[in-house]
Design a protein around this ligand. Structure first.
Ligand code: ADP
Ligand code: MG
Length: 347
């Protein structure tokens, strides 16, 4: 890495930390992890590319947070407990005024989840952040799926569909930052926090083990990610849009007297953001109706609100209905990385 700071000095200064849980952390050719007795490793990788997943001039502290958050969100969706992660970083230049806040944002979230940075790779190049997280889940009893991890494939007809937290505000912030919609300062600030500093739902994922029949995290939009559950579970579903539309935190503003649009456009915008916005990092999960009390208990235990938005059905396909059960046409395609550019900035 030809820059003011050498590669090894950079790694030493910003990315080398005590790793009490790992057998071996940064500094050797491999890191060594020891999963607990009866535990399986849950592993997931996510890459963040400048201009595609974030604006190149985004605050490095929030970028550090988000890069790990999107990975922890995958562990949450599996009901896995975070153990460690690796960081592969391509940087145009090694500048302390970027690396310091980036590593602080990254490591603050890592500390909050006792997830240790155990290795990685560092190279000069266009800004690109690739993290692999390692978590653990208990193995399952013989004869079942072989794991207690929450899978996408376990939804059954009759199961309730839930989502955690709020949905759609990250997309609203993105539209505002791209100049497509004007938001009041406080609404924009709150929405922007959701876009730049998502909260991985680790505690909820852990609390849902043994309760949820299927789960996924909402990264590419609710309909798309619920669609993955339906596909893997070979089921269909109905979602009540009159409930879903209220999941956007900016709902009151969007649909209020001071809102930016007429009533119909406001409702369409809110629903579009909720159903296909993406970048939410909430959990969508299913559970049997007999587990409603257990789901509520998991929600309370993890201090994470959950909302029941629909039902799994045997008929394939995803149907949207209004509050009276009448069909709503489904024109809300999920965000597709190859079909649409998320940032207007050049790569
Ligand atoms: P190697 O050439 O054997 O792959 P490197 O010289 O690239 O190893 O890295 C030296 C050590 O620093 C390794 O333990 C590696 O895992 C770690 N490392 C490199 N980059 C990072 C990073 N960005 N964050 C954390 N650890 C890193
Ligand atoms: Mg290397």
């Amino acid at each position: 890495m030809p820059a003011a700071m050498g590669e090894f000095e950079l790694i030493q200064r910003y990315f080398t930390r005590p790793t009490p849980k790992a057998v071996l952390g940064v500094g050797d050719d491999c890191a060594l992890l020891q999963p607990g007795a009866g535990m399986q490793m849950a592993i997931s990788t996510d890459m963040l590319v400048a201009g595609r997943h974030f604006f190149p001039d985004v605050d490095p502290r929030t970028l550090g947070h988000k890069a790990l958050a999107v990975n922890l969100s995958d562990l949450a969706a599996c009901g896995a407990r975070p153990l460690a992660f690796t960081l592969a970083l391509a940087l145009p230049e090694a500048h302390a005024d970027w690396l310091q806040p980036f590593s602080e944002g990254l490591l603050a979230l890592a500390d909050a989840h006792s997830c240790e940075l155990v290795g990685g790779d560092t190279t000069q190049g266009p800004l690109n952040i690739c993290i692999t997280v390692f978590g653990e889940v208990p193995a399952g009893p013989l004869g079942g799926t072989g794991t207690q991890a929450l899978l996408r494939s376990g939804a059954c007809p009759g199961d309730d569909i839930y989502v955690s937290g709020t949905l759609g505000d990250a997309r609203l912030a993105l539209e505002a930052l791209q100049g497509n919609i004007a938001l009041p300062a406080d609404t924009l600030q709150a929405a922007r926090r959701r876009l730049e500093q998502p909260t991985p739902r680790i505690a909820l994922g852990l609390a849902l083990r043994g309760i949820a029949s299927a789960a996924a995290d909402v990264s590419d939009g609710l309909l798309g990610d619920l669609g993955h559950i339906l596909e893997r579970s070979r089921t269909g579903a109905t979602v009540d849009t009159s409930i879903a539309i209220q999941l956007i935190a900016a709902y009151a503003y969007l649909t209020g007297a001071d809102g930016p649009f007429d009533a119909k456009t406001s409702a369409t915008t809110a629903l579009q953001c909720v159903l296909s916005g993406g970048d939410d990092y909430e959990l969508v999960f299913t559970a049997a109706p007999s587990s409603r009390a257990a789901v509520q208990a998991a929600s309370i235990a993890s201090a994470t609100p959950v909302t029941r938005i629909g039902q799994i059905e045997s008929a394939p396909g995803l149907r949207l209905v209004d509050g009276h059960g009448a069909p709503v046409s489904n024109t809300f395609a999920s965000f597709d990385h190859f079909g649409q550019q998320i940032c207007s900035a050049p790569n």
